[in-house]
Design a protein around this ligand. Structure first.
Ligand code: ZN
Length: 88
């Protein structure tokens, strides 16, 4: 399990992630692994999910990390962008 320290503002596919419940835009990050086991057979695959919990109300959103092709940069980039929020 990977955990980024600190608080982040998140962009997913260039859209700012906003909490659905309280409109807050700062989240704590955690990476979780889920076993894909639909037929109750031995686990063959793991799904990695990035979870973001709202620092205000605690609501958790989950996203699967993917790459997309950025035509401006002419390279594959991750769809999830992290911007650390620095505390003053
Ligand atoms: Zn919230």
């Amino acid at each position: 399990m990977v955990r980024r320290r600190g608080t982040y503002r998140i962009k997913i596919r260039d859209k700012q992630l906003i909490c659905l419940f309280c409109q807050h835009d700062e989240f704590l990050h955690r990476e979780v692994y889920m076993d894909l086991n639909p037929l109750e057979e031995p686990v063959t695959e793991q799904l990695t999910l990035q979870t973001f919990s709202c620092t205000s109300c605690g609501d958790i959103r989950m996203f699967q990390e993917k790459n997309r092709f950025d035509h401006t940069l002419q390279q594959h980039v991750t769809i999830i962008e992290y911007t650390e929020v620095t505390k003053e």
